[in-house]
Design a protein around this ligand. Structure first.
Ligand SMILES: [Ca+2]
Ligand SMILES: [Ca+2]
Ligand SMILES: [Ca+2]
Length: 280
């Protein structure tokens, strides 16, 4: 090197940079969507862990080769990053038994809705793809100076299925009509499982969620919906079954005007059960 040459360090390079709450679940960072702080993010070269950061209150993380930067929990400096190398940003344990507690019940949002390249538009989408229980994006560190702030991860609320509002119906025990149990609860999600909680007789089909009350007693049926990460939700249908009561066979009697005879109406109908009511 000749005297007077200017000695330049390699320009630095940094990658990042945001983890956010994708409130509307559209996979895009919208203006009103909040940052997610306290999320652990790792930088890997192949299977080798290079550095670990935790997002700050702006949801930001940075991995940088700048030797002059001041490292914090979210911004990691003085890393030996090599241009032309594929690196992976990993948010570990976004689901499963060791899920990061800062993620609560949130789930990874849809990735790469604007593409997978390091372009201006790629800055606003989510890049994390589920690999096992981790969210990952692998990228080429193109060259020194080519900072890449497009490596973002969106999370959205887990939508749990609901079992709806309880319902009931009243039927006779000689009814042969098929009752579709789901028609008696409201606001329920599909895909749940029916079971019988009480009562006997009739024909209950748990697969179809139907009940034919012929010969049954009052019965309660339970609908349970479940999904990974969600609590089970339950609703019930009560089918009130009354014994069929026969009013007997019609009859008639002929009396003349002015007859003083008291007519026992029960003596005219046949086969009736007690407990009925007369009207004219
Ligand atoms: Ca969004
Ligand atoms: Ca993308
Ligand atoms: Ca992006």
């Amino acid at each position: 090197m000749a005297a007077g040459d200017v000695v330049c360090d390699d320009p630095t390079v940094e990658v990042g940079n945001r983890i956010w709450m994708d409130t509307d679940g559209n996979g895009i960072q919208d203006a009103d969507e909040m940052a997610l702080a306290g999320i652990t993010v790792q930088l890997y070269n192949g299977s080798t862990l290079i550095a670990t950061a935790v997002t700050n209150s702006s949801g930001n993380y940075i991995f940088s080769s700048d030797p002059l930067g001041t490292t914090s929990s979210s911004h990691i400096y003085n890393l030996g990053l090599i241009a032309g190398t594929n690196y992976t940003i990993r948010v570990p344990n976004v689901q499963g038994g060791s899920k990061q507690t800062s993620l609560g019940t949130k789930i990874l949002t849809t990735p790469n809705l604007t593409g997978t390249t390091n372009s201006e538009i790629d800055k606003i989408d989510s890049d994390g793809i589920l690999v096992g229980n981790n969210a990952e994006v692998t990228f080429l560190l193109v060259s020194y100076g080519a900072n890449n702030h497009t490596l973002d991860f969106g999370f959205t609320a887990l939508t749990c299925p609901v079992a709806g509002t309880n319902g009931s119906t009243n039927v006779c025990d000689n009814s042969t009509l098929t009752i579709t149990l789901s028609s008696l609860i409201s606001g329920d999600s599909t895909g749940g499982v029916w079971s019988r909680v009480s009562g006997s007789g009739g024909t209950f089909n748990s697969t179809l969620g139907t009940f034919i009350p012929t010969g049954a007693t009052t019965s309660i049926f339970r609908y349970i919906v479940s999904a990974p990460g969600c609590p089970n939700d339950t609703s019930e249908v009560t089918v009130n079954v009354s014994p069929f009561r026969s009013a007997g066979t019609d009859g008639s009697d002929t009396e003349c005007d002015g007859s003083g005879t008291v007519i026992d109406l029960y003596s005219i109908i046949t086969g009736e059960q007690t407990g009925g009511t007369w009207s004219d």
